[in-house]
Write a protein that binds this ligand. Sequence first.
Ligand SMILES: C[S@@+](CC[C@H](N)C(=O)[O-])C[C@H]1O[C@@H](n2cnc3c(N)ncnc32)[C@H](O)[C@@H]1O
Length: 322
Amino acid sequence: MLPNVLRTNAADHVPVLADEVLELLSVQPGETVVDGTFGAGGHSRLLLEDLRSDGKLVAIDRDPTVRPYFDRLKASVRGVQLRFLRGDYAIVLRQLASNGVRADVVLLDLGLSSMQVDRPERGFSYATDAPLDMRMDTSDESSAADVLASWSERELATIFRSFGEERYARQIARGIVRRRKEAPIERTGELVDVVRASIPTPARFGEGHPAKRVFQALRIEVNHELESLEAGLPAAFEMLRPGGRLAVISFHSLEDRIAKRFLRDRVRGCTCPPELPVCVCGREPEARLLTTKPVRPSAHEVELNPRAASARLRVAVKMDNA
Ligand SMILES: C[S@@+](CC[C@H](N)C(=O)[O-])C[C@H]1O[C@@H](n2cnc3c(N)ncnc32)[C@H](O)[C@@H]1O
């Protein structure tokens, strides 16, 4: 059979690092799989194939517009129990873990789906003029326009710098505060104009779109993406049965750092200071890494899907004693 990265049928949306995810998660018939970031269901569809009509799949997403993708997937499978739970995976996984639900596999494929980026009315894209929304969960209170209207110059500069690694964070925050005194910034096009006007002329023509980093930072803030990951990882790990696998695909260095730190802490055994002659903490490793370094997409995958370029996959297996 063709590797997944080479499947070109448009109806078969090929998810990021598909072959690597399937190989490392090695789903077996009868297992329970939790897809914490269902999106268009690309990974779920492939993981379901490995269940071979025997097992359970729990799909979670905070975006209500993914529901038709789940319904379509559900209608196409036999034998597997499928359930969709709408909400922040950090909250849903915690509830499932507290209710004693156990899983053999939890997958988190972080960030935005292509369909969110490609629908201009969602306000995630700097490429088309649209309302500045950026909420993954459309029932959330605060949109990107609300953040731009209410945050101080210093707070805006901090998120542009830390979540967007934006070099001109301070200048852009100052430009936003100046502009909003004249009129609220409510459209993506208006934000792009402010960014362009706030940065030095050569930076407007540098690599990539000049507003890319500011849009990324705002999206991470509006959706509390890092908080969800910090809270979701322990809940996901708690849900796993011994031998269960946890996979995280991140697209941003801050996300990857959180995943790396979390997994490293589970893998570490004794935490006694080196000067102690014997271990007194008695701590045993709770997990084993299946990826010592993050797995990156091949050049071929990036050529076929440029959005995969920054993806990094980390996978660990829960030990029997954990
Ligand atoms: C990169 S896409 C997943 C794509 C999916 N793996 C596929 O193959 O179609 C990320 C999805 O996760 C959802 N998402 C992001 N953060 C979330 C969170 N904290 N809780 C629940 N869903 C989240 C987004 O709404 C989006 O649909």
